[in-house]
Design a protein around this ligand. Structure first.
Ligand code: PMP
Length: 294
């Protein structure tokens, strides 16, 4: 078993300097912890280089701005910090987690005197969000009782910590029942996404994915859309009702951590998985793309 996340060796970039991993702490009285006053990123480096690094940094700044936080560094300083961290940790393939949060200078909901903190950590033993075996067999999903909220209820374009409690509760709901993940519907009842990944469906030459109008338009999602268009599939973004999903042949999740992960079932609906499927082919195309040094 890997070491607990708060007891590791190495370095964390924190507020402008590299500090030993175990010293990168924050006080218990922290606005970020109590009120989820935080935004973060999830990135992945392949062969020492973060895939779509600039896009992730831009999203971090956008997320922070949406929740009212001004990051006290420039995007290029964050870019540099990320690449230096990976070098300092001697990582080739790793997960990278920048986070920005309001600290303990001001408690309560007011943000007037808030102190803003930024940290970046990286680790290399979280190869897949789902374990490797599950990924190859395909994941089992159950529909969550929790819904993605309306755009005027939660900041859906921000990768902000607050809304993640819905994902955590959905994931817990699924895992307690023996499923790998949950399918989340949105406030209108349309199919939205997984708990930490976007969703796609395949039928013959057509690939369907929900319109990201109340959930994160993932960077992986956007990449996969490009891949499938280049490969000649007909990509259709539409509102998908849960009653429609039994008509699709295959389904898969996309995300930085999940990459492309086929789905074998949602509730009592089964999907094709395995070597001869389109999902498997796309999984390999994605691996090739992220590992190419272009
Ligand atoms: N939706 C949610 C809720 C997520 O947490 C993620 C992972 N960041 C995604 C979608 C996929 O986003 P990306 O491809 O940018 O990692």
């Amino acid at each position: 078993m890997s070491k607990a996340f708060d007891k590791r060796d190495g370095w964390i970039w924190m507020n402008g300097a590299f500090v030993p991993w175990e010293s990168a702490t924050s006080h218990i009285i922290t606005q970020g912890l109590h009120y989820a006053s935080a935004a973060f990123e999830g990135e992945r480096a392949y062969k020492g280089k973060i895939f779509k690094s600039k896009e992730h940094t831009d999203r971090l700044f956008r997320s922070a701005e949406i929740i009212g936080i001004k990051i006290p560094y420039s995007p290029s300083e964050i870019e540099l910090a990320k690449s230096e961290l990976i070098k300092k940790m001697n990582f080739e393939n790793c997960y990278v987690r920048p986070i920005v949060w309001r600290g303990g200078q001001q408690m309560g909901l007011s943000t007037n005197n808030a102190d803003i903190h930024v940290a970046i950590a990286a680790w290399d033993d979280w190869h897949s969000y789902f374990n490797e075996e599950d990924r190859l067999k395909g994941l089992s999903l159950i529909t969550s009782p929790w819904k993605r909220p309306a755009p005027d209820t939660a900041p859906y374009e921000a990768k902000a910590s607050g809304p993640y409690i819905i994902c955590t509760m959905s994931k817990q709901f699924a895992e307690e029942k023996g499923y790998n993940d949950a399918l989340m519907l949105d406030y209108r009842g349309y199919v939205a996404e997984g708990t930490g990944a976007n969703i796609f469906f395949i039928k013959n030459n057509e690939i369907y994915t929900p319109i990201p109008d109340c959930f994160l338009n993932g960077i992986t999602r956007q990449t996969v859309i490009e891949i499938v268009k280049t490969k000649g599939f007909n990509l259709i973004e539409k509102h998908i009702m849960p009653t429609e999903i039994s008509s699709y042949d295959e389904a898969f999740l996309t995300g930085t951590a999940a990459e492309i992960t086929p789905i074998k079932s949602i509730d009592n609906i089964s999907y094709n998985v395995g070597n001869n499927t389109t999902g498997y082919e796309l999984m390999n195309d994605f691996t090739q793309l992220v590992n190419s040094t272009l």
